[in-house]
Design a protein around this ligand. Structure first.
Ligand code: SF4
Length: 356
């Protein structure tokens, strides 16, 4: 059983982060934030996939102003991602951002930071101090070196320095991220940081890569951290449609038995016994189960000889034969249909199960 490390709880809109709240899954849009229609359309797809917090890049005052229209049309809390410009941070909050990601040390002095903190307090907005390996201050790099698996100190010190700047302003609605594109550095940095602070941690591997490499890197780093009880919210960063980030995120939580969402799909890799086009069927079934909310175990197996037995614990499954397919429930034969009717019949069965 995983014991979550105790952290302070903050709220991003109506989503609690830290404390005893569930580990939340978030993503970031890749649209131009000023294009409200496109950004909202992407957020709606992300919401459908289960995204719980969304971050948008705010590059100028038009983007900060667009937050107001975006917020009116979406259901999940919105975080504004800002670099350097305190005026954009203030404008984003005035327009309804429910969280901001900004590094206090980059704002150009305590007066500008005070304005941001004042707005954050007035709008009850938490601040994420988000440090990446590439954003560490020069003096810290000189003192501690570039962060590595054995010595992630510069990353940690940079985050703590930025946190202190907020604390000096009497502000403590903070969460922290310290991301590296290196898996092992990410793990050791968060492990060490978690011993030094009880602010909630946003975990992630930055610039993790495409679907396969990014999923593997993120799953290894975040999987190890979450298994050790470290991490209150996370984003899987992929060079891909952000909806995939959410799917990977929930599969990761499911595999650690931390949270579940929708059906679990198990499918066999196929072998010399497979006599149907299982890949196409599995793909269609996967597409369909992604739209389902009910928690079920669904199996797609290549053969009738071993399939149902191997997937005994599945609520429902299919197995291919020679010109036929069987649909089984809990490992027992339920229906036998012609191969060409197998997919359609199976999808109808899934639909019925969802409605039951
Ligand atoms: S379920 Fe059948 S087809 Fe699939 S891997 Fe196992 S033995 Fe092979």
């Amino acid at each position: 059983m995983i014991l979550r490390r105790e952290t302070k709880q903050i709220h991003v809109g109506n989503v609690a982060v830290g404390g005893s709240s569930p580990v939340s899954v978030q993503s970031m849009t890749n649209t131009d934030t000023r294009d409200v229609a496109k950004t909202v359309a992407q957020i709606e797809r992300l919401q459908d996939a289960g995204c719980e917090i969304i971050r948008v890049a705010v590059l100028d005052t038009d983007a900060a102003a667009a937050i107001r229209s975006i917020r009116e049309k979406i259901c999940i809390p919105l975080i504004a991602d800002i670099h350097f410009d305190h005026r954009l941070a203030v404008a984003a909050m005035e327009n309804g951002a429910q969280g901001i990601r900004i590094n206090p040390g980059n704002l150009g002095g305590p007066e500008k930071l005070a304005k941001v903190v004042h707005a954050a307090r007035a709008h009850r907005v938490p601040i994420r101090v988000g440090v990446n390996s590439g954003s560490i201050e020069k003096d810290l790099l000189k003192e501690f070196g570039y962060p590595s698996e054995d010595n992630p100190k510069s990353l940690i010190e940079s985050a703590l320095r930025n946190v202190r700047l907020l604390e000096e302003q009497g502000f403590s609605e903070i969460k922290i991220s310290i991301k590296s594109s290196d898996t092992l550095t990410t793990i050791s940095a968060y492990q060490q940081l978690s011993k030094l602070t009880d602010y909630p941690l946003h975990i992630g591997v930055t610039e993790a890569g495409g679907l396969i490499a990014g999923t593997v890197k993120s799953s290894v780093a975040l999987g190890i951290l979450l298994h050790q009880g470290i991490g209150d919210t996370f984003r899987i960063s992929l060079t891909r449609d952000p909806v995939e980030e959410i799917r990977v995120g929930f599969e990761l939580l499911r595999s650690l038995k931390i949270r579940e969402r929708g059906p679990e799909l198990i499918s066999c890799p196929t072998c010399g016994r497979t006599q149907i086009d299982l890949f196409s069927i599995a793909e269609e079934v996967e597409r369909y189960v992604q739209t389902m909310k009910k928690r079920l175990k669904v199996a797609v197996m290549g053969c009738v000889v071993n399939g149902p037995g191997e997937a005994k614990e599945a609520d429902i499954g299919l197995a291919g034969g020679n010109g036929v397919g069987i649909i089984f429930k809990k490992g027992e034969l339920y229906k036998k249909v012609k191969e060409e009717e197998l997919l359609e019949t199976f999808l109808n069965e899934l639909k019925q199960l969802e409605e039951e």
